[in-house]
Design a protein around this ligand. Structure first.
Ligand code: ADP
Length: 582
């Protein structure tokens, strides 16, 4: 964890050093004040010279202003470094999260990624600020204070010094113990974020089914867990401060006792004892501050570990050089050329799950052809698409795109082949044009063309602002069918080589669905299309239809072939056609 912090602090070493120097000077002024006071009381005051006393008083005021100004400047510099370093950490963490493979995202979980990006980086920010503000000042005050008290009265200083190792040992021991406790606090807050995300996303169904009380109880439970973890961690750390104060206060009592005896016996002057006590208070505060620093440090150490765990994750979807692919590319057919998509005995299992989500899938699809995929929920349709777009690598077998092993194609090139619309895709808080374009360099004409093909043009143009109509978060100001059409326009925009639609026309009425299919047929004849659907009518015109069940290809062929040979397909057809005529 220290490594990750050091890497990010390196560019700020000069700024930090400057800040430390300013802080150092401010702290020296702080330390000089009580000494000056003792000097006035013991040396200047007895002479009775008012002008000298006034001069010394003025010097004290100057020191106080100096201490204040330097401390303020140094604190501002420290906050700026903490802010910039945290921004760099957050930036890199965000960039790494964007590049995580689907399997790595599954493993880390989205709520945990959110809290790493928010609370964990916040904890680091707090620590960087606090350590710079107090990390220099408190030790200088402690060491400087001890050195000055040694010159004032070495005997009394020894009493003070004797308790410091005990305090140091206590602080380090307790802090070490608390780091895993803070890790548990962060894990519990991951669960809290997950629940809030789920509830916020499902607020409508929660209201519709009046399950608010159940959700409140669930929230309460997780919330209690966060509180109890936090209580345990903070409770442990809270032991440091009272113990430190108690030890220091006991030492102070001893110092007062010994000091009184020494003044009484004439071995020491009152002014010195007064200065000594002031230094003692300064040292006491400094040591308490150091122990407080350990609290933020322990919390930030746990957070830095969690951030580093993501930033340091190795790339698990590396692009292989073609010669390492070790596979024979699929043969080109004399009539149709090289297949646009080929699956060669592909099997796949998610992360730690024991069962295959897909088993032994093989098929070839040539450029300009359409693949229809149909099957019950959980049959593996979406998984097949995820392998096709290389969100995951197959556990066995290979996926080929235009004759190349998908693993050998650089990610940006691979993704540029695709335009995809998924059922649960996100619409962003942006204009309709912005949502269709999605940051790609596409012209207005291409956006309008895609909207027209996706049957979205009519309803977009109906609106006063047309393509500049702003969408609310997740496109909540559109109907289900309108959302799907914007998503389909996004997939079609720029005429990619392969268009994938994963159950993305389910909310369209039959007429619009038919118009969409006709537009695809006529205007996207060269585009290879992959359509996942529940309705047979959506895939009936496909060149190849895969009927999936339990992750296996039950049957494949054209609509007519399947109608003639596949009983599952026949039943599906009968039920859907029956549904239509009813
Ligand atoms: P379909 O799209 O046909 O409804 P999926 O491809 O989504 O089916 O799912 C196929 C199987 O894989 C299901 O059993 C599902 O539970 C499992 N599955 C899907 N996604 C994941 C995931 N991210 N992690 C683990 N298992 C998954």
């Amino acid at each position: 964890m220290k490594k990750v912090l050091l890497v990010y602090l390196r560019p700020y070493y000069v700024r930090m050093a400057l800040g430390f120097i300013v802080k150092f000077m401010g702290t020296l002024f702080d330390l000089f004040l009580p000494w000056l006071l003792a000097y006035i009381i013991d040396t200047v005051a007895p002479t009775g010279r008012r002008d000298l006393i006034l001069q010394c008083g003025l010097l004290m005021a100057l020191c106080a202003v100096g201490a204040f100004s330097f401390n303020v400047i140094a604190n501002r510099m420290a906050s700026a470094v903490a802010r910039d370093a945290t921004r760099a950490i957050r930036h890199d963490l965000f960039a790494r999260i964007m590049r995580l493979s689907a399997a790595q995202t599954d493993e880390a979980t989205k709520p945990s990624l959110i809290s790493r990006l928010t609370t964990d980086t916040y904890n680091i920010n707090q620590m960087l600020g606090r350590v710079q503000r107090l990390g220099v000042r408190a030790p200088i005050l402690t060491v400087g204070g001890i050195l000055i008290t040694l010159t004032l009265d070495p005997m009394l200083t020894l009493i003070l010094i004797s308790v410091l190792p005990v305090i140091a040992l206590l602080t380090v021991k307790i802090s070490k113990f608390s780091i895993p406790l803070y890790r548990r606090v962060q894990e519990a807050s991951d669960r809290l974020v997950r629940l809030v995300r789920e509830d916020a996303a499902g607020i409508r169904v929660i209201r519709a089914l009046s399950t608010g009380d159940t959700e409140r109880a669930r929230f309460d439970e997780v919330s209690r867990e966060v509180v109890s973890c936090e209580r345990e961690a903070s409770g442990t750390m809270a032991r440091i401060e009272p113990s430190t104060s108690m030890l220091l206060n006991s030492a102070q009592v001893a110092v007062i006792l010994a000091g009184a005896l020494r003044v009484a016996s004439g071995k020491c002057e009152v002014g010195r004892i007064l200065a000594f006590m002031t230094y003692f208070t300064i040292i006491l505060n400094a040591v308490v501050n150091i122990s407080k620093m350990f609290v933020v440090f322990s919390r930030a150490a746990a957070s830095a570990d969690r951030v580093a765990a993501i930033i340091d994750l190795p790339e698990d979807m590396t692009v292989l050089p073609p010669e390492l692919s070790g596979s024979e590319p699929p043969k080109a057919s004399p009539e149709a050329g090289v297949p646009a998509i080929a699956f060669d005995h592909v099997s796949f299992r998610y992360g730690h799950s024991g069962e295959n989500a897909l088993t032994d899938i093989s098929f070839s699809l040539y450029p300009g052809q359409t693949l229809g995929i149909i099957g019950e929920t959980g049959a593996g349709k979406s998984t097949l698409i995820r392998l096709l777009m290389r969100f995951y690598d197959p556990t066995e077998g290979r996926v080929y795109l235009f004759g190349r092993d998908a693993k050998t194609i650089p990610t940006s090139e691979l993704r540029a082949h695709f335009g995809a619309a998924f059922q649960s895709d996100t619409l962003f808080e942006d204009t309709i044009a912005g949502n269709i374009r999605l940051g790609r360099p596409l012209t207005d004409a291409q956006v309008v063309e895609a909207a027209r093909d996706a049957q979205a043009y009519a309803f977009v143009e109906d609106d006063k602002q047309g393509f500049d109509t702003g969408l609310s978060i997740r496109g909540n100001n559109l109907s289900g069918g309108q959302k799907q059409r914007v998503l389909i326009a996004r997939a079609l925009c720029g005429k990619p080589d392969i268009v994938v639609m994963d159950d993305s026309s389910s909310a369209l009425d039959y007429k619009t669905d038919a118009a969409l299919r006709a537009a695809l047929r006529e205007r996207y004849a060269d585009t290879t299309r992959v359509m996942v659907a529940q309705r047979i009518s959506s895939v009936a015109g496909a060149d190849l239809i895969l009927v999936l069940s339990g992750g296996r290809v039950l049957a494949c062929g054209t609509h007519e072939q399947l109608l003639a040979s596949c009983s599952v397909y026949q039943e599906l057809y009968a039920s859907q056609m029956g549904g239509l005529s009813a």
